[in-house]
Design a protein around this ligand. Structure first.
Ligand code: BES
Ligand code: ZN
Length: 458
């Protein structure tokens, strides 16, 4: 490994330059105006992989293209599938960025740009680690396949059918993903659970036009008032979701799981201070840490109604809109919860209004093994790459394809967190620690080496 590590370290500036180049491409998958940019970001990582000696192809889907690549020269050795995504979240609100969202800028140890941590930086760490090893040795100790998509941030709508159609081509022993985070600086983590997601939009319509709130107020249903009431009714005052049946399939946390979480080096007071809030209210009976990664919840993501400009305009709006999401945990089924939510919203709708419910993306919750040969290989790799053994934890976010890998390919995923919890993913001034970038690159190479020591008969 000395030769590999030496080469990876000598390449540090180049790793950063390539990351900056990738980050300059505004690959916002949710915005059709950026369609060509998304493709360009896919072509960028494809060129990177091709240049490193992988067989590559860009496969079109009804949405954004999928990048696949492989190097299969390690006959008889295990096969790794590396997954990542090259699309990013929209950069808005632009005025809160200290630099342009797509003008990557180094501030101290951090690189600031949309996608820096989620997921270009973390994804490139794996690519560079594997590619660097191949360059230094002209061979890899295991077979490696890559699947890098451009639609993760919109719920991977086309990836499940892609995986089904390319089942044989994607066959592997295990998946490696870097799209989560460490527990904190110097606290590397393996993620063993992800929450699922259900995202919905409600549109309420009242009268056939906006009305004078004096002439009509009190006589006509106000969609804004009604929407606030309906949303308020989705949770009780204490923070429990009130949709009938919502908790029915929630697998209770065991005492052992709760003890393991309580023992993690996570300081709730520090977490609270970092957010600038005076309290952390939520579902009774659970710690904030449990509530953000191992319990289901419901949050409004956006609201729109009526007059929001300067001063007062006495208007009774004729429509109102809300977007909200539910984070799900094992064994909640997104489809069942979706039907229960729709039925509940219908029961809450006051007379005199029309409601349209739209369902955006969904993702199933998933747990991955905290033991087994690949997990142990990952623990050893992280210990070498970060100089510290990883903690095991669940994450509150979602990566839709992880449950599909299990279901369709029959394989588990190793989720290595290279980023940090305060990286501002999806928010202004997203950042990525460049020292962690380098540690992630080295961890990827170590992982291949550790994988190769796992006997085929495990
Ligand atoms: N990298 C995140 C997933 C993540 C977030 C893992 C937080 C751990 C902690 C990923 O890119 C993401 O944002 N996923 C979306 C999925 C959705 C659009 C279907 C999410 O969780 O909102
Ligand atoms: Zn994301």
């Amino acid at each position: 490994m000395d030769k590999v590590l030496k080469a990876l370290r000598a390449g540090r500036d180049e790793h950063v330059d390539r990351l900056k180049e990738w980050l300059r491409i505004p690959s916002v998958s949710a915005d059709s105006a950026h369609r060509a940019d998304v493709r360009r970001a896919g072509e960028f990582i494809l060129a990177e992989l091709r240049g490193a000696g992988f067989q590559t192809k860009l496969v079109d889907t009804p949405g954004h293209p999928v990048v696949v690549a492989d190097w299969l020269g390690a006959k008889g050795a295990p096969t790794l599938l590396v997954y990542g995504h090259y699309d990013v979240q929209p950069p808005a609100p632009l005025e809160l960025w200290r630099h342009g969202a797509f003008e990557p800028t180094v501030e101290g140890r951090n690189l600031i740009a949309r996608g820096a941590t989620d997921d270009k930086g973390q994804c490139l760490a794996l690519v560079r680690g594997v590619a660097g090893m191949l360059a230094a040795r002209r061979a890899l100790p295991v077979n490696v396949k890559f699947l890098i998509e451009g639609e993760e941030e919109i719920g991977s709508p086309n990836l499940e059918s892609f995986v089904r159609a390319h089942k044989d081509e994607l066959a592997a022993d295990v998946v490696l993903i870097a799209d989560t985070a460490q527990l904190g600086p110097g606290k590397p983590a393996l993620t063993v659970g992800l929450r699922g997601l259900l995202y919905m939009q409600i549109d309420l319509a009242g009268a056939n036009r906006d009305l004078h709130s004096g002439s009509f107020g009190g006589a006509v249903a106000n969609p804004a008032n009604a929407l606030c009431g309906m949303i308020a009714a989705l949770k009780d005052g204490a923070g429990r979701v009130t949709i009938p049946g919502f908790y029915d399939s929630v697998r209770p946390l065991t005492q052992a799981e709760r003890a393991q979480m309580a023992a993690l080096p996570f300081d709730e007071r520090e977490f609270q201070r970092g957010l600038g809030v005076e309290a952390l209210p939520g579902e009774p009976g659970f710690t904030a840490f449990e509530r953000k990664c191992a319990r289901p919840t419901l949050d409004v993501n956006g609201l729109l109604a009526g007059w929001t400009g300067e001063g007062a305009k006495t208007v009774l709006p004729c429509k109102a809109m809300a977007k909200f999401s539910m984070r799900l945990v094992p064994d909640q089924d997104p489809e069942t919860i979706r039907n229960a939510t729709i039925a509940h919203l219908e029961s809450l709708l006051p007379p005199g209004l029309k409601m349209k419910i739209t369902c955006d993306h969904g993702a199933a919750p998933v747990l991955v093994p905290a033991e087994g040969p690949w997990t142990r290989a990952a623990v050893r790799a992280v210990a070498k790459g970060f100089g510290k053994e990883p903690v095991f934890m669940r994450e509150g976010g979602s990566i839709p394809i992880v449950s599909t890998f299990r279901k369709v390919l029959g394989i588990d995923s190793i989720l290595i967190g290279i980023g940090l919890p305060d990286d501002n993913a999806h928010a202004p001034n997203e950042k990525f620690d460049l020292d962690d970038f380098q540690r992630g690159i080295e961890t990827a190479a170590h992982f291949l080496e550790e994988m190769a020591t796992v006997s085929r008969a495990h």
